[in-house]
Every structure is written in structure tokens, then in C-alpha cells.
Design a protein around this ligand. Structure first.
Ligand code: 6PG
Length: 249
């Protein structure tokens, strides 16, 4: 049984970013106090850029102990890390290059192997090594996974109707391009891994997200149609931080 989501409606995109940055900082403090480390999964797209910018500035009370924080990626485009479409490049520009995050604490999804499938298997292996488990074990529980919502209801690189939605064992898989840009192959975390997290936080802004957001929040729709609807952490918290435009308020 998944827990009922918490929905926070902020005024605008800036308020969403400020709220998210504070929540992420609080989650970091709690995880570090409880387990000595904070495992955070970053999302791609444009929406989290402002949140990453606030986290990078590290102005108390928003100041994460980066030495104990380990950063992973929910999905990646199968392009070089310096390509403008790369999610890693965005995180580097907005957060990593502007903060004191140690390079050794950052786990990008490799995109220089022969195929997206090889990159997915490699990422699961590196994750298993980090958590000191086997990739054949049930997925590890990240402290916090950040996600976005596409206009078509996709999240991470889980696209409507895609085979990746049916993956019920692997933690990471390949995903062919969806219908929205950029039209590139992807590597993505799967539902089993996402739904094992202690906390999942969606950041959603803009009127173009209103329809998919409403359908997902009202649970009116199947994950095959709006893949974000398949995000239901089994034991963890689910939080949506959205702005008035997306809420239609
Ligand atoms: C990606 C993403 C994707 C993103 C949504 C929302 O690599 O494309 O991780 O799931 O979060 O498409 O993107 P925006 O924030 O740009 O609207």
C-alpha cells in the first residue's frame, strides 16, 4: 500500500524552487543524522535548474553537507556528457561546478559505452557496488529521488506505452526516444527502483503541465498513458511541489 501523496502548491516557479531546496536540505539533514549519508537522485529537464542553483549557493538554512551526500541520476540522454542535451551537463552547470560536492560523490550515468542497454547495466552495477548489494537483489532505497513531469505525463525517461514501463526486475533500463524532444535514446531508472525510495519528490511548474498533472493526481489514468502515475513508493513518501499555473489555480 503506498502512502497518500503530499501536495504543496507554491505561487510560481521561483517559490517551487525555494520550497524544494528547503525540503531537500531537510531530507539531507535527517538522512545524515539517521544513517550518516544522504543518497539523492537528480532529475533532468529544465524545471530543477533553479532548485539546483539555490542548493549550490549554500546559504544557511539551505546548506547540505556535500561531503556526506551522494548524487545519482534518474535518467540520461544517450549523448556525450558535454552535449547540451545531457542531464549530467545541466547538473554540472547548475550545481556541481558551483558547489563543494566532491567529484567522488557524483555518479553520472555513463553514455560512452556501446549502447544504451550497456549503459543501463553499467549503472545498475555501479549502484549495487555503492550500496554493497548485488544487482540481482531487490532495488536499494535511495533517500530522495527527484522527478519531473513531461507534457505527455512521462517521468524520468519512462514514456507512454514504452516497454520500459513493464520492467519489473531491472533497476535501470534503456528507453527509446519518446515523442517529445530531444529525440534521443535514453537510460532510465525503472519503477521498481523508483518505488523503493524513502522519498520521491516531483517538481512541476507551468500551465502546459496542468492536464497531465491533474490526471495523475486524481488517479484517473493508467501508467501506460501517463507514466508518472506509476510512481507509488511502496513504503516511502511521495511529494508533489507544484506551482499555481500547473495546478490550474
Ligand atoms: C529528461 C527528464 C524528464 C523531465 C521531464 C520534465 O531527461 O527529459 O528527466 O523526465 O524531468 O521531461 O522536463 P522539464 O522540467 O524540462 O519540463
Amino acid at each position: 500500500m503506498s502512502i497518500k501523496p503530499e501536495i504543496v502548491v507554491a505561487n510560481d516557479a521561483d517559490a517551487v524552487a525555494a520550497t524544494a531546496a528547503q525540503r531537500i536540505t531537510d531530507a539531507a539533514g535527517q538522512a545524515i543524522a539517521a544513517r550518516g549519508q544522504f543518497t539523492l537522485v537528480l532529475s533532468g529537464g529544465r524545471t530543477p535548474e533553479a532548485t539546483y542553483g539555490i542548493l549550490a549557493r549554500a546559504n544557511p538554512p539551505i546548506a547540505i553537507d556535500w561531503s556526506r551526500t551522494f548524487l545519482f541520476f534518474g535518467d540520461e540522454r544517450f549523448v556525450p556528457h558535454d552535449d547540451p542535451r545531457s542531464n549530467f551537463r545541466m547538473a554540472k552547470r547548475c550545481l556541481l561546478a558551483r558547489s563543494t560536492v566532491p567529484v567522488a560523490n557524483v555518479f553520472p550515468i555513463a553514455t560512452d559505452l556501446e549502447s544504451p542497454a550497456a549503459c543501463a547495466a553499467d549503472y545498475a552495477r555501479r549502484m549495487a557496488e555503492f550500496f554493497d548489494v548485488s544487482p540481482d537483489d531487490p532495488p536499494p532505497a535511495f533517500d530522495l529521488i527527484l522527478l519531473g513531469l513531461g507534457d505527455d505525463g512521462h517521468t524520468a525517461s519512462l514514456f507512454p506505452g514504452a516497454a520500459a514501463l513493464d520492467e519489473n526486475r531491472e533497476w535501470v533500463t534503456r528507453s527509446p526516444p519518446g515523442t517529445l524532444p530531444p529525440p534521443v535514446d535514453r537510460v532510465t531508472m525503472t519503477y521498481p527502483l523508483i518505488n523503493a525510495a524513502r522519498e520521491v519528490m516531483f517538481l512541476v511548474t507551468g500551465a502546459n503541465k496542468h492536464v497531465p498533472l491533474t490526471e495523475v493526481l486524481q488517479r484517473q489514468v493508467e501508467p501506460s498513458v501517463r507514466p508518472a502515475a506509476g510512481v507509488r513508493p511502496a513504503h516511502g513518501k511521495l511529494i508533489w511541489i507544484i506551482d499555481h499555473a500547473a495546478a490550474g489555480a
